[in-house]
Design a protein around this ligand. Structure first.
Ligand SMILES: [Zn+2]
Length: 88
């Protein structure tokens, strides 16, 4: 499987983000710490076949977010996000 074939859009995160944050997150905006681009979470690049889930900036390909889940816990790394703006 090629890397491009493993790439999904941010809608692939919808269910997991709703579970983690308790709110609909696909319309939330994230600011990339690396390039400063602001995108709705629905418009980021998502790789679900990495170890865990990796979310990359569509503009500079920097890692915005990593999510690793185990049966009893979740690790959430938001180190590549400067600002996460939630609607409402
Ligand atoms: Zn970026």
């Amino acid at each position: 499987m090629q890397t491009e074939e493993m790439k999904l859009d941010g809608n692939a995160l919808g269910g997991m983000m709703l579970e983690l944050f308790g709110v609909e997150m696909t319309t939330a905006s994230s600011t990339c710490r690396s390039c400063g681009a602001v995108e709705q979470m629905a418009c980021v690049d998502v790789y679900v076949h990495a170890p865990g889930t990796v979310v990359r900036c569509r503009h500079c390909e920097s890692v915005l977010m990593k999510v690793v889940r185990a049966p009893s816990r979740t690790w959430l790394d938001l180190g590549g996000v400067r600002v996460l703006e939630l609607p409402g």
